[in-house]
Design a protein around this ligand. Structure first.
Ligand SMILES: Nc1ncnc2c1ncn2[C@@H]1O[C@H](COP(=O)(O)OP(=O)(O)OP(=O)(O)O)[C@@H](O)[C@H]1O
Ligand SMILES: [Mg+2]
Length: 250
């Protein structure tokens, strides 16, 4: 099972958009996919399931030790299994803060799952929820929006990853950096080049452009390939998925 977390502590860089569309595209290619929403803002959950409320969420897995199988819901529209989240997840860090092995709780409950791909949507923070998401993963994809790119922020994220690898025996690797919400402008072009200079071959060739259809697809509760398969957004996520599924980029 490939375990991929979509993370960046910066808000609004398209983590959720990338997580749900990547998951749906991978499923479309015949793979069995589980998406875990680890964000108390539950954007992935509401994009996929509108305002359905769930008896149990990922909070119950982490805090109340509810069997994860009871928290998995299939989305017909996306063709994937989902462990939903809700606002209550914001209380989880306080509840688990004192536990031994608090960083590995999600890993513990997902380790034996039988999927081809586990995709985790992380919140825009570097707290215990994100640490659990990172520890449960062996690969990280970092969406970066050139307009908000901060080298300092990236160094901070890399330092966290190093700490997990050295201190907590995580084997997580950066699978790739994906440039998202790209608008052709001089400043964004410069920022894009800065991202490429810094990360080199880690940057996926596919650049996801700013495309209103991606935003509309959230409100329509559909993956972009179903909402508008001819859109630039659909094309980009289809190409990105190929790069991700091929393992490495060159
Ligand atoms: N390529 C795109 N073109 C246009 N709008 C986009 C694109 N990608 C994402 N968006 C929109 O930008 C907003 C933020 O995207 P998204 O929720 O995916 O980011 P996020 O990194 O998950 O945010 P958060 O940090 O709050 O979890 C959403 O309204 C989404 O619809
Ligand atoms: Mg999000």
């Amino acid at each position: 099972m490939r375990r991929i977390v979509i993370a960046n502590q910066k808000g609004g860089v398209a983590k959720t958009t990338t997580a749900i569309n990547l998951a749906a595209e991978i499923a479309r290619k015949g793979k069995k996919v589980l998406l875990i929403d680890m964000d108390p803002q539950y954007s992935a959950t509401s994009s996929i399931f509108a305002n359905t409320s769930f008896e149990y969420t990922v909070y119950d897995v982490i805090v109340n030790k509810i069997n994860i199988q009871e928290v998995i819901h299939y989305s017909d529209a996306f063709g994937i299994d989902v462990v939903p989240s809700d606002i209550g997840l914001s209380g989880a860090p306080m509840r688990i803060a004192e536990q031994i092995g608090r960083e590995r709780i999600l890993l513990h409950y997902t380790r034996r799952l039988q999927y081809d791909y586990l995709i985790i949507d992380a919140p825009p923070s570097l707290g215990l929820l994100t640490v659990n998401a990172l520890m449960a993963s062996s690969e990280i994809i970092v969406p970066i929006c050139p307009e908000y790119f901060s080298l300092k922020g990236m160094k901070f994220l890399e330092a966290i990853i190093d700490n997990l690898r050295n201190g907590l025996e995580s084997n997580i690797e950066i699978a790739g950096i994906v440039i998202t919400r790209y608008r052709e402008r001089i400043v964004t072009n410069e920022a894009k080049n800065a991202v490429k200079n810094y990360f080199g071959e880690k940057v996926f060739k596919t650049i996801v452009p700013e495309n209103i259809k991606l935003e509309e697809a959230h409100s329509a509760h559909l993956p972009i390939y179903k909402y508008d398969k001819k859109s630039k957004g659909a094309e980009a996520y289809s190409l990105l998925t190929k790069e991700v599924m091929n393992g490495r980029i060159n």
